[in-house]
Write a protein that binds this ligand. Sequence first.
Ligand SMILES: [Cu+2]
Length: 249
Amino acid sequence: MMRTTRASLALPLVAGLALGAAAVGTTSAAEATERALAPFPLIDTMGNTTEKTDGDAKSVSTITLDGDSMTIAIRGTGFTPNMPHAQHFHGSFSSDKKFSCPSPKADKDGDGQVNTEEGLPDYGDIVLSLTTKGGTTPKDGLAVERMPVADKDGNLTYERTIRLPEGAGERLQNLVIVQHGVDVNGNDKYDVKALGVSSFAKSKGVDGVPEEATNPITCGQVSDIGTPATDLAPEQVPPVAPPQPGHRH
Ligand SMILES: [Cu+2]
């Protein structure tokens, strides 16, 4: 898995890790690179959730970096129950562009949904797939069988430690996290009757995937390293779902 990740994501990066480590001021070499980013919210910036869907999906993500090793936790509520929710880092590990989350204006075809392609100009391509196991490359982006599944109440929990390409930790703050999967017609599943087939999945060679499965439901910019935790507004913090035994990876 790591070999695949490195092969597809290894890019010539300027490692700023030494600089960051110096600022932390810890003593041991192991501790010197470990940093926790301020928790940041993932919310529906696109207006894709409605009263017909299960409403207001939102999550909080926390990231700890230890060298090139990233531990990420996501806790969310308001997701389509019992359905998988694909989630990715979007943006680029090799560009300094600051990626962002789309507004409802990104809905170019006027179907009331900002679909995955319509969001691409804002949040960029998939750079890392937040799967529960196995590969995490962009090619794993549609591996819904390895994506977290919301529980019967729509709570979604995720935690994983992922090895990043060398120096990529410094680029995380330019990226956004997008979670996908929204039951637009309110029938508790993803089906092609709602919005048809996902043209995004089709463009990646997978036909027959409902557009509901790939449409974004939340988006959030990774917090800048050093952002105070108080920047997270209380209303953006969903209640923390109790940890699910055997659900950690
Ligand atoms: Cu995505």
